[in-house]
Write a new protein. Structure first.
Length: 278
């Protein structure tokens, strides 16, 4: 090879050492950035999200190399558990059709909201959480927590969403499972009063509401399963911060170009403003 390249053997080996040293320095710099990103994600990002975050920082690197360095650094994302039903669909209330039909992508904010409930154990008892998510940006636009799972819980989340968001001029659809809280007369009246179309999942089919289920899977995997709560008040404080500060504003989502929900919405509104001005 030295003869083909017309270089001396000593010169060739010196070049190899320099390349190895350069690669090692690059790996060190990249590794420091990866640890910083992993810690900022609260120990939740796997290689795809860390790769996207590195690219956003202007570091050009391949996904396989990121995965290899993560293994060397001992950085391991937590794995989600399977979906688990949390609502009772055995009730006498009317059930809406599955209008959404797993169309989980929309072209603008506030065209489709999806909702669900879950529960979190504390040493004081169960805490119940209801959320409403905008399908466009995956942003949690309304939420509420209480020590019960009566209709009041989901109504409070709906009022919170309606208090800070405006429905698209094209109309707004609300999708949930067929739990008694969402099918109740009080909740249906609230949807009708806001001129919101109702859609419900098919019986015992969590995949019809996969986005909301995924949000809870992320919450449980990245927060709840790694700690315990002494009482309801502590759990409420921690979960509220996780939703508003981390999930909505910091955590990047693969389905929205590896941006956070707030970043994705900001990008949309800026693009819309520029197109109108053009």
């Amino acid at each position: 090879m030295c003869r083909v390249l017309k270089v001396t053997r000593s010169g060739y080996y010196a070049w190899c050492e320099r390349q190895g040293s350069r690669r090692a320095k690059e790996n060190q710099i990249v590794s420091e950035q990866m640890v910083d990103i992993f810690e900022a994600s609260r120990g939740t990002y796997g290689s795809p999200r860390i790769h996207a975050a590195l690219l956003a920082r202007g570091i050009k690197i391949g996904l396989n190399r990121v995965a290899r360095l993560m293994t060397q650094l001992g950085l391991r994302a937590r794995v989600k558990r399977k979906f688990k039903a949390t609502t009772d669909s055995e009730h006498p209330f009317p059930i809406a059709d599955n209008v959404l039909n797993r169309e989980f992508k929309t072209v603008e904010p506030d065209r489709v909201w999806v909702a669900d409930m879950t529960y979190i154990w504390t040493r004081e008892g169960w805490l119940y959480l209801a959320v409403i998510i905008d399908l466009f940006s995956r942003r949690v636009v309304g939420w509420s927590m209480a020590d019960h799972m009566r209709t009041e819980l989901v109504l409070t989340a709906l009022k919170a969403a309606l208090g800070q968001r405006n429905a698209s001029p094209e109309g707004l659809m609300f999708h949930s499972d067929r739990g008694s809280q969402y099918a109740s007369a009080d909740y249906q009246r609230a949807l009708q009063a806001a001129d919101i179309q109702c859609s419900m999942s098919r019986r015992a089919n969590c995949w019809d509401n996969a986005v909301a289920e995924s949000c809870f899977g992320t919450l449980k995997t990245e927060l709840v399963h790694s700690r315990s709560f002494s009482d309801l008040a502590e759990a409420k404080t921690v979960i509220a911060e996780w939703i508003e500060v981390f999930y909505n504003r910091q955590r990047i989502h693969s389905t929205i170009d590896f941006l956070s929900p707030v970043q994705f919405e900001d990008k949309y509104w800026l693009s819309l403003k520029q197109s109108i001005a053009a």
